[in-house]
Design a protein around this ligand. Structure first.
Ligand SMILES: Cc1cc2nc3c(=O)[nH]c(=O)nc-3n(C[C@H](O)[C@H](O)[C@H](O)COP(=O)(O)O)c2cc1C
Length: 166
């Protein structure tokens, strides 16, 4: 893996999040990997940004609010089972590193680790957050995503380092 200039990164952003999925790691004392497939990449405040959406029911939500750094990690297909585990079990109940066989790896710019098995990782610092306000949903069908009214918190995060497999 090597750190690259975000400007050089070539992605299929829709395919990557929707199909490949990713592991969002949050927490310093007991970092926890959670599977995500909703998010985005772009530019805000002249910075390369990663946008994440986390429901308040997730353990990750509390970890992110305690410490405003995280890593976003994309893994090869052979780790699909690990991604399923990290997307169905909570770090409140189990150690997902131990159960998935994945390994945390020290980051360069943040206190939260990235994932050793990843082919692409972002080290991120959260710069702002906001909760979805359902009164602003302009399509009724969006509400179907929230039978329990656990509206996502949106985290706008600066990509401090981008790691890509060589
Ligand atoms: C493919 C996939 C994508 C997911 N994407 C998200 C997401 O973007 N945001 C979210 O809050 N939960 C998402 N989840 C659900 C969490 O990964 C799941 O609830 C997890 O068990 C929460 O872990 P935690 O309690 O350790 O944080 C996704 C799950 C899967 C399987």
């Amino acid at each position: 893996m090597k750190i690259i200039d975000p400007q050089e990164l070539q992605l299929q952003p829709f395919q990557l999040l929707d199909q490949t999925w990713a592991l969002l790691v949050a927490g310093v004392e007991r970092p926890n990997p959670m599977t995500v497939s909703w998010g985005g990449f772009g530019t805000l405040w002249n910075k390369p940004m990663v946008t994440l959406y986390v429901r308040p029911t997730r353990h990750t939500f509390h970890l992110l609010n305690q410490h405003s750094e995280c890593s976003l990690n994309f893994l090869p297909e052979q780790h699909r089972q690990a991604l399923n585990l990290c997307g169905s079990r909570s770090g409140r109940d189990i150690d997902k590193w131990e159960k998935s066989g994945l390994h945390p790896l020290a980051s360069e710019t943040i206190a939260v680790p990235r994932v050793q098995e990843a082919f692409l990782s972002f080290e991120c610092r959260v710069l702002a957050w906001q909760d979805f306000d359902p009164s602003r949903f302009l399509q009724k069908t969006i509400e179907k995503n929230y039978p329990n009214q656990d509206y996502h918190r949106i985290y706008w995060s600066e990509a401090l380092a981008v790691w890509l497999a060589e």
